[in-house]
Design a protein around this ligand. Structure first.
Ligand code: SF4
Length: 372
């Protein structure tokens, strides 16, 4: 049985970015104290309900680095008391430049957090302003150096492309400058303009689909040349530095989410917590549980998810693991699309593994829809 992952949601931000549709809230400082006490309560309750072994913890948000590090350290120590956590667990925290200084980073590192995921997004101050980010490129540089000095040897950077008015040359600059920092891991996401965000109502000068595809190709080329291998469609890592936690999502390994709006996937069940901060706190107090909805996937949905998510990974899916999990041969379930895309050269089958070829990765979204 593989070890599970823990996701902890910290929904506080200094201000709301213009493209953001995450479950995060600005100007909610007065909720921080009651939120963390509800979170610690939830940890104690859920640890009894899900007594598994865990080897990754991920503090995401929101902006976990925007709260006093003492809250994070205390939460981590409650997690370690209540859950069985492997001694070599990967423990990540998302961090926004300009929300935490050297001392705060030292406190997190000393508490046992060993991976930092910094939201750089762009190295252009104009782009950062357009996105409504609170930091400048210089702030990022300070944050990165402070993180190294505080002992973080595993740092990931988030970058965004397809931004308003962004040219291929702008994106190239961002990639070059980001690579220059020598982070262990880089994620590249294209901007999605979501309904309900300020961007949705703005007249944005967005690059067209072809230009966005060129930006993705450039990332694959530049990052590849710099020693980052693309182990997932949007994620690139130096040797041995893939995100162990995020791989659980793609490999359909169980993870338990704690905190407002956190989503869990445990033994075929999918459930999520109350979304709003006050709603979450109230629910913990009243019902001793924050869960608001739960669905159990049927066998086909689980098989489909296994293929759909697993193919996002460079290594693809293992035929043996599919059989062990579902007691069915993968060809008996997905024989038709598998055969079709092997024939066209989009999928490659080798040594019991099925994965995308380079050509397949390029049109992965279109192909993946054939497996659902
Ligand atoms: S920092 Fe992240 S979570 Fe917070 S508003 Fe910006 S994009 Fe959203």
């Amino acid at each position: 049985m593989e070890n599970s992952g823990l996701y902890i949601h910290i929904p506080f931000c200094k201000s709301k970015c213009l493209y953001c549709d995450f479950n995060s809230y600005a100007k909610s400082e007065s909720w921080i104290e009651p939120y963390f006490s509800a979170l610690c309560e939830e940890i104690k309750i859920q640890a009894k309900k899900y007594p598994k072994r865990y080897d990754t913890i991920y503090f995401g948000g929101g902006t976990p680095s925007a709260v006093d590090p003492d809250y994070i350290c205390e939460t981590l120590s409650v997690l370690k008391e209540c859950f069985e956590i492997e001694s070599d667990a990967e423990i990540t925290i998302e961090c926004n430049p300009k929300t935490i200084g050297f001392e705060g980073l030292c406190a997190l590192s000393e508490a046992g957090i060993n991976r930092l995921s910094i939201g750089l997004q762009s190295t252009s101050d104009d782009c950062l302003k357009t996105l409504g980010r609170i930091h400048s490129f210089e702030d990022f540089g300070d944050c990165f150096q402070n993180a190294r000095r505080a002992g973080f040897q595993n740092i990931s950077l988030d970058l965004m492309y397809g931004l308003p008015s962004m040219t291929l040359a702008d994106w190239e600059d961002t990639l070059d400058e980001a690579v220059g920092f020598g982070a262990e891991h880089i994620s590249c996401y294209s901007l999605k303009v979501e309904e309900g965000t300020p961007f949705w109502d703005m007249d944005l000068n967005l690059p067209d689909d072809d230009a966005v595809a060129d930006m993705y190709d450039l990332a694959v080329e530049k990052l590849g040349n710099a020693g980052y291998s693309r182990y997932e469609i949007s994620n690139f890592a130096k040797n041995g530095c893939e995100s162990r936690h995020n791989k659980k999502y793609w490999q359909c390994v169980d993870f338990l989410g704690l905190g407002a709006g956190a989503f869990s996937c445990v033994e075929g069940a999918r459930f999520s917590n109350a979304l709003g901060i006050s709603e979450y706190i109230e629910k913990i107090k009243k019902d001793q549980s924050a869960e608001i909805n739960c669905e159990t996937l049927d066998n086909f949905d689980m098989m489909s998810e296994f293929v759909f998510l697993g193919l996002r990974l460079r290594e693809g899916i293992s035929e043996r693991k599919f059989f062990e999990r579902f007691v069915l041969d993968i060809d008996d379930v997905f024989g038709e699309p598998l055969k079709k895309y092997e024939k066209t050269g989009h999928l490659v089958r080798k040594n019991g593994n099925i994965r995308f070829s380079d050509k397949g990765f390029f049109v992965s979204n279109m192909i993946l829809s054939d497996f659902v």
